[in-house]
Structures are given as C-alpha cells and as structure tokens.
Design a protein around this ligand. Structure first.
Ligand SMILES: [Zn+2]
Length: 371
C-alpha cells in the first residue's frame, strides 16, 4: 500500500517535471522487449571470418531441386565458404533419390554433394512395412545413399493405426536401426525441440520471442508428450543399438547444458552430435564450450541445418575467432551477444572434417590431403 502511494507521488512529480521541463524524463517511458535492441557501444577488435579456416563437411543441410537443377552455382557457393562436402539430408529415398544422385553424377559432384535417405514411418502397421523399409534402405545405399535422416516428426506427430504416438524407441523400428548398423551407415536424428518450447510462454522463457512469432512451436506435457519423455526415448534407442552410429542433431538439445551432454556422451559411445542451429548457445559460454570441445573433440561434427550461405560466417567467427560481444543473426534464437571460442587448429580440423571422415562412408580423405 505504502509502495503504491510512493509510486503515485513519483508519477505526480514526473508529470510536474514534464509540465515545467523542456523534455520528457526518460524514466517515464517504457520500451518493449522487441523494440529494445541498441547497437553496442563497445569498441573492441573485430575479426569477421568469411571463409572457414579448413575445408569442412556440413553434415546437416537440406536442398531442393537436386534432381534437375544446374549444380555449378551450389558448388561455387560452397567453394566461397570453403565447404568441401555438403550432406543433403532430404534424400527422400527410392526413385526420387536416384534422380538426385544421377544429376549429381552428371555434373561430376558425387564427392561434394552427399545424400542421406529418408523412410516412411506412418504406415508402420502395414504388414509388409518392415520388409519394404529394409529393402528400400538396401536399395538406397546401393545407389549411393550414405546415411539415414530421421525427422523430428518421429516421436512427435507420427501415430500408429491405434492412434498412439510412435515412440522413438518403439520396438517395431528396431530392424531399421539394426539394418543401418549392418549397412555401415550413420543415422542422423533430430528429436523434439528446445526445452523452452515446453515451458510456460511468459517473461521467464528465453524463447519467448520465438514462441510469440511462431506460436505453433509451443508444446506441453501432453502435447505430444513431455520433453523429458521424448528425449529419454531417443537415448534409450541409442543404447539399444550399440552397433549403429547415431548423429544427434542440434547437440541433442543439450547445447545449453554441456555438462549433461558430456555425461550422455560418456554413457552412449555410439552417439555423436552436430552443432546445427545452436551456435548461439556455444557463443554465450566460451569457457565451458572450450572445455567441452577439448574433452569431446572426437564426437562433434559441423552442421548448419538451413542452407543460407550468408549465415555461415557467424559460425566460423564463433568457432575460430577470439572476438567479443558480437551478435547472432536471429534475435528470436538469441537476444544475447556472443564470444569467439578461439578453438585450436587440431580441434577445428576434427570438427570441420576429420570426425565426418570417420563416420560417413566413402568421404575421400585425399580431397583434404591434396590441398
Ligand atoms: Zn534439419
């Protein structure tokens, strides 16, 4: 009560000041969060990085029209960034994949543009689903697929004939993961979304702006299940298939808890992670991220997800430079500024290509050594 009276007195004083003063007091205006984005006044050395220090493999990309378009333009863009290999995760499988690979071969880029295939999970209850899916995987690998990509719809939206959500660790899917192990191809899997999408959409949510701009991303414990449940199913599936290599997309949604991610990597030796869409999380914790890369340098791959050439330099700058307090390009992912990790060359090389060479079949090491 006394507080309210105090506020009233302050407000009255401000009104009086405004009446007699030349300009409004800055104290009586409020600026909303979306509008408040002042340019930094900090003056420090800036070292933008337009081109990666080492030729790299982007293990998480999506491309359209690969079956028909002229691929010289894509290769020229890749060359400008020093991207040696791009992994298109939208290979789609069967004839559609074949058409893409034929066109890539026609242009002579089969060593530069690599495809992962996809499978259909909604018809899991059809009697011949498992048999057909395994046959498709064998066929896709025989024509050149180098991995399998599982989208986040698995574990989120796919339902079986009984109307139940198909869990990531559903037994009916086991033959698929086992087959990938047999064929020697990795599975890149994206499960769930950032944990903040499950939290209340209020002033305490770091992704408040994203959920405001993209309300369809909001989830709750029953829609479709809790974040912990979906993520837990994924880890369970990794553990069930120790002979299959998994690349957990977006650092498994633990980029903001690298201590926990470290524990998971210790427990699940067949799990790797890639850094697509989470560079702003690394850039806000340069010391912890350096510790993480030092400890897990053999388990992290470079990925970006959305293919926009103009966005890659921000990744390079976070990984390579020692710059301070520079912005990310999407404010709804990160309203904070970032710091360069200044990673040593040995770690950068593993992140950029050496780890990918170990996991993705038939990447040619000589493409690196001949440079
Ligand atoms: Zn993706």
């Amino acid at each position: 009560m006394r507080y309210n009276i105090l506020l009233l007195v302050i407000n009255l004083l401000l009104v009086v000041c405004n009446l007699f003063g030349q300009r409004r007091s800055p104290l009586d205006i409020s600026i909303d969060f979306e509008a408040y984005d002042p340019p930094s006044t900090l003056v420090v050395p800036e070292n933008p990085v337009e081109r990666a220090k080492f030729p790299f493999v982007d293990v998480h990309s999506h491309h359209w029209g690969l079956a028909e378009k002229n691929l010289d333009e894509l290769i020229a863009e890749m060359d400008a960034l020093n991207m040696k290999v791009v992994v298109n995760l939208s290979g789609r499988g069967g004839e559609r994949l074949k058409n893409m690979i034929d066109n890539i071969k026609k242009y002579g880029y089969e060593d530069r543009i690599v495809n992962f295939t996809n499978i259909e999970l909604r018809s899991i209850d059809e009697p011949d689903w498992a048999e057909n899916t395994l046959k498709q995987l064998e066929y896709d690998v025989s024509i050149g697929a180098r991995g399998l990509k599982i989208y986040k719809s698995q574990g989120m939206t796919h339902r079986d004939n009984a109307g139940n959500r198909i869990r990531i660790n559903d037994d009916r899917l086991d033959p698929v993961w086992a087959k990938c192990g047999e064929l020697g191809i990795p599975v890149l899997i994206h499960s769930a979304d950032p944990k903040s999408f499950w939290a209340p959409h209020d002033s305490l949510n770091e992704r408040w702006l994203e959920l405001k701009l993209r309300p369809g991303r909001k989830r709750n414990a029953n829609n479709p299940a809790s974040w912990e449940a979906i993520i837990g199913e994924q880890h369970d599936m990794f553990r069930k298939h120790p002979n299959t290599t998994f690349i957990n997309a977006h650092m498994g949604w633990f980029p903001n808890d690298l201590g926990q991610l470290a524990k998971l990597l210790d427990e699940i030796p067949n799990m790797y992670v890639e850094i697509g869409a989470v560079i702003a999380e690394l850039g806000r914790q340069p010391r912890m991220a350096n510790w993480f890369f030092e400890q897990y340098q053999d388990r992290v791959l470079f990925g970006k997800d959305s293919y926009r050439p103009e966005e890659y330099p921000t990744y390079f700058r976070v990984l390579e430079s020692a710059d301070e307090y520079f912005p990310y390009y999407k404010r709804y992912h990160a309203f904070w500024r970032m710091y360069g990790l200044d990673l040593p060359d040995e770690i950068l090389e593993k992140l950029y290509y050496k780890n990918a060479l170990k996991i993705i079949p038939r990447l040619k090491e000589k493409m690196w050594t001949s440079d």
